[in-house]
Write a protein that binds this ligand. Structure first.
Ligand code: ADP
Length: 194
């Protein structure tokens, strides 16, 4: 199995690049942001609880997110591999993911980290907020999300670096160009699906 973590701050292009990668390589996409927004839209108990955190730009508690991931992996026993997008976002999540995958006799293959300056991130997210309809895409919440990223999520890069799995990619280029750079790394492990 090929299991990829796409890592990077809010607005770094993880969602866009995930869509390209999963199409090219036929992988299963697991985006905790999308899964949470789906729970919010359906007004499930989990969604109602999660929304309180999301609207403040804070991370949703680890146990909530880890439970969601676990069921999503179980739903796809025949997968060629997974792209984890927006997960893990804390060290506890990273450790839990390693355990889940180990239980399934697999592991994280590669972590690609999209690097974009803070100024560019804010510009992109404010722009997206004008059309996305996302309640957390206001400038005030965006600044909080980036702060939360720096304090809780950025250290996760160190975790994967220590495991020799981290590769940095400049995320400030055009979408197509960034995609080509990501593919260069992925192609060392798997080739595009037919
Ligand atoms: P972005 O990366 O653009 O901030 P996401 O769609 O990945 O957006 O996440 C939106 C919000 O959902 C986050 O600000 C956070 O509140 C919550 N969230 C998403 N993934 C996680 C996660 N792995 N752990 C905790 N909270 C999460």
């Amino acid at each position: 199995m090929f299991n990829l973590v796409l890592f990077g701050p809010p607005g770094s292009g993880k969602g866009t690049q995930s869509a390209n990668i999963l199409q090219t390589y036929n992988l299963i996409h697991i985006s905790t942001g999308d899964l949470l927004r789906d729970e919010v839209a359906r007004q499930t108990p989990l969604g109602i609880e999660a929304r309180k955190f999301m609207d403040q730009g804070l991370l949703v508690p680890d146990e909530v997110v880890i439970g969601m991931i676990s069921s999503k992996i179980d739903e796809n026993p025949e997968a060629r591999g997974f792209i984890f997008d927006g997960f893990p976002r804390t060290r506890a999540q990273a450790e839990a993911l390693d355990k889940l995958l180990e239980f399934k006799n697999t592991s994280i293959t590669l972590v690609l980290s999209l690097e974009v300056t803070e100024e560019e991130l804010i510009k992109r997210l404010v722009g997206r907020g004008q059309t996305s309809g996302r309640s957390d895409d206001t400038e005030e919440v965006i600044v909080k999300r980036i702060k939360e990223y720096r304090s809780k999520t950025e250290p996760v890069a160190g975790y994967y670096k220590n495991h020799g799995k981290l590769e940095g990619i400049a995320g400030n280029h055009a979408i197509e160009e960034t995609f080509k750079m990501l593919c260069k790394h992925i192609n060392k492990y798997i080739l595009p699906a037919e």
